[in-house]
Design a protein around this ligand. Sequence first.
Ligand SMILES: *[C@@H]1O[C@H](CO)[C@@H](O)[C@H](O)[C@H]1NC(C)=O
Ligand SMILES: [Zn+2]
Length: 378
Amino acid sequence: MPPSAILVSIFTLFLALLAPAVRSMTLTDDDLRNIPSPGDDFDINNGKLLAPILIPRVAGTEGSLRAQQHFVDFFRDNLPEWAIEWQNTTSKTPVTGDKDVPFSNLIFRRDPPGANPGEVGRLTLVAHYDSKYEPEGFIGAIDSAAPCAMLMHVARSIEHALKAKWEADDGLDEPKGVQIIFLDGEEAFLHWTDTDSLYGARALAEEWDNQFHGAMSTYRTPLDSISLFLLLDLLGTSDPRVPSYFLTTHWAYKAMAQLEKRMRDLGILESKPANPFLPESDKEAGRFGRSFVDDDHRPFMERGVDILHIIPSPFPKVWHKMEDDGEHLDLPTTRDWAKITTAFVVEWMEIQDQMPKLPAAKPKRSVTVKTESQRTEL
Ligand SMILES: *[C@@H]1O[C@H](CO)[C@@H](O)[C@H](O)[C@H]1NC(C)=O
Ligand SMILES: [Zn+2]
């Protein structure tokens, strides 16, 4: 065998090893046109997804209970096959003295029917639903009622297609699930410190780190089952600039940026920003530093979970001000984030062929653009 042939066969072997982990991104232009918009459901006064949570939602208050009820009712009434899990804890805070403040994380989970929980890798979509303790009456529309509404839109947009896909093929081969986590207690009560912030995220990451699936499971704990922790925060004002924070998940950032670009080029996004929301696809490996924006992902990241953090830097001007309310949302931007996130999830779950056809998407001809992500899991 000439040396070049050896090289070729080694290369072929290498490709063969790599093949199962290379994700093929195959959303066609029509698939993208077919991604539903939340439309009027994001209306700030009577939109059924967003309006009910544009209220103060401080942990342990009446508003917090109403927000929880809104999520539970939505899933119970529209998406009954999503399992609901609560994680309730209490903690003291610097402003509430001896009182134990209750914190409730809500997890809505959709696994392939019949799958063993320890075998399912889950795309994990996350936003916090609590609002800041002060100023009194603070709403937190971008922080983060709007991201919560975006995730509700994602869930209802993919349910039909997930079900159809799992009916056609039981999905038990390499079971992929999806879960949405609404975290409580992200905000500090007084000043942001390690103990006064991330109440819900810290409790959940710790609990999941210590919960074990069966001995023969593919994934040891519910933390290991998280294939990607996609955190949305501070989204809903115009002209956001979201950097790529982590080299380890830059491949996922690029996948989302590519979807944004293609949807923009196709004219199916509403906003007209000066620059893309996700401008850092070409960021070089050497430019990733050690800094990040502290947020709900940290307790998970510290335990080795892969994070895609979708948060603008710089922060929007309304951040932690009374102006962070429904009136200050830019709804075209807010709806575009919902569509981009939905497209990302459709691609991840490989359910584009099962997505219901929107009337507008039907007649156009289909063009397939194939790209391959750089993900390798060796
Ligand atoms: C958790 O607390 C909420 C109230 O915030 C309550 O509605 C729910 O039933 C509790 N769930 C569990 C499992 O304790
Ligand atoms: Zn905040």
